[in-house]
Design a protein. Structure first.
Length: 505
């Protein structure tokens, strides 16, 4: 990722700089460009280039203008539309990626003005620009022998950059962007490297040194002693035993509320004995994206020193095929005693989440529960690949998370928890079965709900947006770290379970 600086004015430009020019609706150019006595690029040249390329300022639409013999050598005219927050992310994301593509030709710094046409960018705009610059510039190259040239710096330009509130927002953007990038690294690491023990080691290495953070890892013996039947069943077929990762942040300033974030941590999913076809397995290194998201949210909360106690719980297992794999028709007993009849071993995510939710409620003193999981293909069918399904037991929690998602730039859509489908979970030999059928997203949530008990509980099914097939704004191909920013915004607001008073545009 590039380093991101925030400055108050367009700096002196050199031959290795790329200048981004935000273009508003109707091909409107920013005032600083048209009012300067010696602008860094000719407004007349820009107007002509925009007309020639049909760039009328739609958010993300771009026109590259090489300028021979001038500084900077390249100008990127990028649409910013109506300058909404989503427009700003599209503008910044496209500018960073286009500048990144020029790095092999010598580009080292992108100058990225973000002030609006009427007023300077505020704290939220600067934070979004910083986050987007980091995340759009992210690439997973840890295991690659090739090291292409990289954009080194993004200079976000905002007239109010020296304002203490804006400075704090920029730092929050850096911390959040770094945490999400860590989540992406965890998700993108291939499963011949990534197993439950490796994931636990990564959490310990990154989190254990932070103030007021403790990380506990339960191994197979502790899981057996604790009654984690679901985690042990799912992980039983693998040569890499399961783990439970419990990371807690509890600052002295925290109140009595204790939100617990639970994330699915399946480090690879073959489907087990109910085995997936080959094509269905190719992306299954990303099946622990929910676990990565909750760990990243806790990481950012601790680094921001938020005055809220929060715990992340990640049941980590590899769902493999062997003589010790769990089977269809098995009956599994979870933490707390509830039992499940296994009808499909590929419905493994809910099996491990069930244990973790019950553990958080019964042993960790949770006051509110939120889980995140790449749980059902049905959610991708219903909502596509950019929107997560949100299930919640209270309207207040659903609205608070929805508002956090708006602030984070992550789309959530509330789905119904319809009791009319409860009979689909019936089992003659257990409290429920694990594959009740369609509507798959809803019945999966209904399966999980009893493990949360009477606590306020929300379930985020991120099967679509947890991984991306192409770049778009701050999202890059591969693991996205989706939900980490939403959870962080929710924690910044105090982890409310009541409706927020206002939602940003």
């Amino acid at each position: 990722m590039p380093r991101v600086d925030v400055v108050t004015a367009v700096p002196a430009l050199g031959p290795d700089d790329v200048l981004a020019v935000p273009v508003g609706r109707g091909a409107a150019l920013p005032a600083w460009l048209t009012e300067e006595s010696a602008p860094p690029v000719s407004p007349e040249l820009l107007v002509g280039a925009l007309a020639d390329t049909g760039n009328k300022g739609k958010a993300g639409k771009h026109t590259s203008i090489p300028i021979a013999g001038r500084r900077p050598r390249s100008v990127l005219a990028v649409g910013i539309g109506e300058a909404t927050m989503s427009d700003l992310r599209a503008y910044a994301g496209v500018a960073v990626r286009r500048a990144q593509s020029l790095a092999e030709h010598g580009a080292r710094r992108l100058v990225l003005p973000v002030d609006g046409p009427v007023s300077p960018a505020g704290a939220e705009e600067v934070r979004a620009a910083v986050e987007t610059s980091l995340l759009a510039g992210y690439r997973f190259r840890e295991l690659s022998t090739a090291h292409p040239s990289r954009l080194e710096t993004v200079a976000v330009v905002a007239a109010d950059a020296a304002d203490p509130v804006v400075v704090a927002a920029a730092e929050a953007g850096r911390i959040c962007g770094s945490a999400v990038a860590w989540a992406r690294d965890l998700v993108n690491t291939p499963s011949n490297v990534k197993n439950p023990a490796w994931l636990a080691e990564q959490a310990v290495d990154r989190l254990a040194g932070l103030a007021h953070v403790t990380v506990t890892v339960l191994g197979p013996d502790e899981l057996r002693d604790g009654g984690f039947g679901g985690v042990l069943a799912v992980g039983g077929g693998s040569a890499s035993p399961p783990r439970l990762i419990v990371a807690s942040y509890r600052p002295p300033s925290a109140g009595p509320e204790h939100p617990v974030l639970v994330g699915k941590g399946i480090t690879f999913d073959t489907g087990g004995i109910s085995i997936k076809p080959n094509a269905g397995m190719r992306e299954m290194k990303t099946d622990m994206a929910g676990g990565a998201a909750v760990l990243a949210a806790l990481d950012a909360a601790a680094r921001l020193e938020l005055p809220v106690a929060v715990t992340a719980v990640v049941p980590a297992a590899e769902n493999a095929v062997s003589g010790s794999s769990y089977r269809p028709s098995d009956v599994v007993r979870h933490v707390g005693g509830r039992t499940t009849e296994v009808l499909n071993t590929d419905a493994e995510g809910r099996m491990v989440l069930a244990d973790a939710l019950a553990y958080a409620r019964l042993e960790l003193g949770a006051t509110v529960l939120v889980d995140v999981a790449t749980l059902t293909g049905a959610m991708k069918v219903a909502l596509g690949t950019r929107t997560a399904g949100l299930f919640a037991t209270t309207d207040g929690l659903a609205e608070a998370l929805g508002a956090a998602g708006v602030r984070a730039g992550e789309a959530l859509w509330r789905m119904p928890l319809l009791e009319e489908h409860l009979d689909l979970l019936d089992s003659a030999v257990a409290d429920a079965n694990n594959a009740p059928g369609n509507p798959g997203g809803t019945t999966a949530a209904l399966f999980l709900q009893p493990f949360a008990g009477d606590l306020p509980w929300a379930h985020l099914d991120v099967a679509g947006p947890a991984r991306a097939g192409s770049d778009d704004a701050e999202v890059v191909k591969g693991g996205t770290g989706f939900a980490a920013r939403t959870l962080l915004r929710w924690l910044e607001a105090g982890a409310p379970v009541e409706p927020p008073e206002a939602v940003l545009d």
